[in-house]
Design a protein around this ligand. Structure first.
Ligand code: GLP
Length: 240
């Protein structure tokens, strides 16, 4: 897997944003998928800036959310929906029909998975996906032990993911389940960017690169497809 190491987080975000911009320039109606979480926040800022400067036009682009905590919605600070809208969608002149995102407040998660799968059948495959890496190697909410055959699915969250989740929320939250795009959909994307930043991610980045591909460390599975690349900053690359 090709690995790109940037000296710092801002330059990492510029490099990833440029990858997304190139994709949209080549295909203005591309289906773009960018993770929630802290890692891509600088990418969102760089893309909003590029749009304002006229370097990219998202008017025909489709955006697909990767995952969500079940039970949380836009009013819940730290939900994927709240983060992605606050840092990205609300800052762009998008129409509602350009966005497909899991509803974490759904009363019928199975039907919600089917709704998003139908959207992917219509608009997919994904042209460009930007994935973060969880501390346990999850991508989206594809937790250790996940099936390679999954499309959209409901996930029982791993203990590590539940423990790490407190960093997103300003009040204590019980998050036991998530809803996520599956590996079958993610690994079929035409261009896969796996992104990590900071020293705290250095161990899982080293495992992603050095450990043979296994469902027990989902981030290692990206090595099984040729169209995936790893983008890290110096700190995240420090154990390589
Ligand atoms: C989160 C999200 C993922 C994200 C990953 C890393 O829980 N569900 O989509 O990519 O875990 O998060 P962070 O970027 O905050 O480290």
């Amino acid at each position: 897997m090709k690995t790109y190491i940037s000296p710092n987080y801002p330059q990492l975000c510029q490099a990833v944003a440029q990858n997304v911009i190139d994709c949209v320039k080549t295909k203005p109606d591309a289906l773009i998928c960018i993770a929630g979480g802290d890692t891509p926040l600088g990418v969102f800022a760089a893309l909003v800036d590029a749009q304002k400067q006229g370097h990219v036009d998202f008017s025909r682009t489709q955006f697909l959310g990767i995952d969500e905590w079940l039970g949380l919605g836009k009013a819940d600070k730290g939900s994927c929906r709240e983060m992605v809208w606050h840092h990205f969608f609300d800052k762009l002149p998008l129409r509602d029909e350009q966005i497909c995102f899991f509803d974490g407040l759904t009363s019928d998660p199975k039907a919600e998975c089917q709704r998003v799968d139908r959207y992917i059948d219509r608009h997919g495959p994904i042209d460009c996906v930007v994935l973060g890496i969880g501390m346990n190697g999850h991508i989206g909410f594809n937790e250790p032990g996940v099936s390679l055959e999954n499309t959209c699915h409901v996930v029982d969250l791993d203990a590590v993911t539940q423990a790490v989740s407190v960093k997103y929320f300003d009040t204590p939250r019980e998050v036991k389940q998530g809803i996520s795009l599956g590996l079958k959909t993610l690994l079929a994307a035409k261009n896969i960017v796996v992104m990590a930043s900071g020293e705290k991610k250095s161990a899982i980045v080293a495992q992603t690169v050095n450990h043979p591909a296994t469902v027990d460390i989902p981030s290692t599975l990206v090595k099984t497809v040729p169209q995936a690349a790893l983008y890290v900053d110096n700190a995240a690359a420090s154990a390589l």
